[in-house]
Design a protein around this ligand. Structure first.
Ligand code: PAF
Length: 283
């Protein structure tokens, strides 16, 4: 595996593989099985797999966890080497945002909803860094996790709007044995918060079973999930949403093929998200 810390060295590494099909997995590091499932898919579907590990400061709102976000470069590199990734891109801030930096991507209409309401500027930072990374790597396919469904939808819109010509592969959420969706931020949870957080997958599983049994009423689904999550005093609900996949607008009725059921809560200082899809984000 070749490790590149600069744009110039990444370009050299990619030039050496000209003509190969490139798969790209952007990450913020502290890798877990969710990330590794994306790396494995990329390896199956491409000739070269490039992984970036970059804690992108522009997607953290003021007061969020940028400074304490878990970082472990050596462990990440060892895991990626073991998985057979070909190129690891590990840029510094000055490499990604050379001063004076002035260009930003706003995916209007999708970035202010759901998580965007409580994380102002988050999706602008995500869209900007992902566009920059896609421009650098020029992959045929890019891999994202369904856990960050809104992120994937924002990126899908950007890819369409800007004719980026990359295929987006959005892969299923990977969970711990007890059902909790894997996230680098789970490391922040106390044992009590972690136990309480299991209300999310439980509520979503029950809602998904009701949809599978024919329930279409979004209000009834939201109420059932709110009751389940509300039983945990350690959780503060940010949102429980049943929205259309194409525009993230609230919907009154689940529309098979076009619905995202998503939940965000706070457990102490930690923000947790989870969801299920009635439809596809990959494109
Ligand atoms: O999902 C993430 O880890 C990040 O938001 C991403 C896509 C790597 C952009 O910084």
């Amino acid at each position: 595996m070749r490790t590149c810390r600069t744009v110039a060295s990444l370009r050299r590494a990619l030039a050496a593989r000209a003509g190969d099909r490139v798969g790209f997995v952007p990450t913020m590091g502290c890798l877990h099985e969710g990330h590794l499932s994306l790396v494995r898919a990329s390896r199956r579907e491409n000739d070269v797999t490039v992984v970036s590990v970059y804690v992108n400061p522009s997607q953290f709102a003021p007061g969020e966890d940028l400074d304490r976000y878990p970082r472990d470069e050596r462990r990440d590199a060892a895991l990626l080497r073991r998985e057979g990734a070909d190129v690891l891109f590990l840029p510094a801030d000055a490499e990604m945002y050379p001063a004076p930096y002035r260009t930003w991507v706003d995916v209007a209409g999708l970035d202010g909803k759901l998580c965007g309401r409580s994380r102002p500027g988050h999706f602008r930072g995500v869209a900007t860094v992902v566009l920059k990374l896609l421009n650098l790597v020029r992959p045929q396919r890019a891999y994202f996790g369904q856990k960050d469904a809104q992120q994937a939808l924002v990126i899908r819109q950007m890819v369409r709007d800007l004719h980026l010509g990359v295929r987006l592969r959005v892969l299923p959420i990977v969970r711990d044995a007890d059902g909790l969706a894997l996230s680098s931020r789970n490391a922040y949870l106390s044992a009590e918060e972690r136990r309480a957080a299991l209300a999310l997958p439980k509520a979503l599983r029950r809602a998904q079973a009701r949809v599978a049994a024919g329930e279409r009423d979004a209000r009834a689904l939201r109420a059932a999930m709110a009751a389940e999550i509300g039983r945990e005093p350690l959780l503060q609900v940010d949102y429980i949403a049943v929205v259309r996949l194409d525009n993230l607008e609230d919907t009154a009725a689940v529309e098979p093929g076009n619905t995202l059921v998503a939940v965000a809560v706070r457990a102490g200082r930690t923000r947790l998200i989870d969801n299920f899809l009635c439809g596809e984000i990959s494109c």
